[in-house]
Design a protein around this ligand. Structure first.
Ligand SMILES: Cc1ncc(COP(=O)(O)O)c(C=O)c1O
Length: 374
């Protein structure tokens, strides 16, 4: 079957009749998640630039924009190119795009969409600025600040130094401000608030340095799914949550519960030959190998079968212990619905997403930017 092609007759079919494994999204939950974040952003006067690396899907990006999002965030330059070619913009490419092929791709994006890039090095900034200027294009630049994740991003002094050099470029890139990603904050309630106080302090320090140097900083981008509804505790002007649209087992804490999780893997029992377990047709190539959240076990969770625990994944097999509840009665051919541990890595394994409401497929979304790793 061609990647992304809908199988004839799938729209209108019951989810229970889809060939498995299949990835489904509950539209009622998805729409509620999108609306909740949009309402928060509106109330707090924050611009929402949802991260599309979670869903990689034009239809969901359109839903986010219709709910008031100001633009779409992507990571890789290929994602930017695919969303730009599908007519999306403004786009924020929040990943260091290093090397001539990626620079050229981003110049192509800037030709058809409003483009912003977030970067943390002169080596990423200068070739891009030069190529954009040579093509008569411009993109906005956000300087990435490390607020605790220790991944990408500079300290405040490094950020102001890079900002100065970007401002001095004279073309191609226009300094617009700062960016950060508080992805290290994974706790709940008070822990998030305390963590965000430290994020606010780091951002505040960078802002003071920018102001003292007379550097532009009208945009301050931040946000994550876990910290989303506390974002107003930091001096950000815009947010880039991604996973909030689907949510998953790892995010089902704090302001979210398993009830809010919109994404499911539909699986079937393919063997009960070994006593005490069932084998499902949803292995690591379907569910992803993302491990369980701290303190929990297993790969995904079956909300309707509390006793079932997926203990082991091979590529095409999920081996689950059944316990002595309802799961013990599972037979070959029975269906099991799983919420994955991590939605983003699970989605990237699939060609299409079945959008269902009340158990009936309403649409089939091709995963436009799946596998766009460059
Ligand atoms: C730079 C950046 N911004 C935003 C996000 C979205 O965050 P979340 O997955 O918490 O929604 C991510 C996720 O990895 C990210 O890496």
């Amino acid at each position: 079957m061609r990647a992304g092609a809908a199988v004839e007759g799938e729209v209108g079919r019951a989810v229970a009749e889809l060939e498995t494994p299949a990835l489904t999204v509950d539209l009622d939950r998805l729409e509620a998640n999108v609306a909740r974040a949009a309402a928060y952003a509106r109330e707090r006067c924050l611009a929402l630039h949802p991260h599309a690396k979670t869903h990689k899907t034009a239809e969901i990006a359109r839903l986010q924009l219709a709910a008031g999002a100001a633009g779409i965030t992507v990571a890789k330059s290929e994602e930017a190119a695919l969303f730009a070619a599908a007519g999306f913009g403004p786009l924020l490419a929040h990943y260091p795009s290093v090397g001539p092929a990626k620079v050229e791709r981003l110049v192509g994006v800037a030709a058809v969409a409003d483009l912003t890039v977030a970067l943390d090095s002169w080596a990423a900034a200068e070739p891009l600025a030069r190529a954009l200027a040579a093509a008569g294009r411009q993109a906005e630049a956000l300087i990435e600040l490390d607020v605790g994740l220790r991944r990408t991003g500079l300290d405040p002094a490094g950020a102001v130094e890079l900002a100065r050099r970007v401002e001095g470029l004279g073309g191609g890139l226009r300094l617009a401000g700062l960016s950060c990603y508080p992805g290290h904050l994974r706790g709940e309630g008070g822990e998030i608030e305390a963590g965000l106080a430290a994020v606010a302090a780091t951002l505040g320090e960078a802002i003071e340095l920018f102001d003292a140097a007379g550097l532009r900083r009208e945009r301050i981008s931040g946000g994550s799914t876990r910290t989303l509804y506390c974002s107003h505790l930091t001096p950000v002007t815009e947010l880039r949550p991604g996973n909030y649209v689907f949510l998953d087992r790892a995010e089902a804490v704090g302001p979210y519960s398993l009830e809010d999780c919109a994404l499911r893997v539909q699986a079937s029992v393919i063997s009960t030959a070994v006593p005490g377990q069932v084998v499902l047709d949803s292995g690591s190539k379907t569910l992803s190998e993302a491990g369980p959240p701290a303190g929990l076990r297993g790969f995904g969770i079956a909300p309707d079968l509390p006793g079932l625990e997926v203990e082991r994944l091979n590529e095409e097999h999920a081996v689950a212990r059944v316990g002595d509840g309802d799961a013990a009665g599972l037979a070959v051919g029975d269906r099991v619905e799983l919420i994955p541990n991590h939605a983003c890595s699970c989605v990237n394994l699939h060609d299409r997403l079945y959008a269902q409401r009340a158990g009936v497929v309403e649409a089939v979304f091709p995963l436009l930017a799946r596998g766009a790793v460059h």
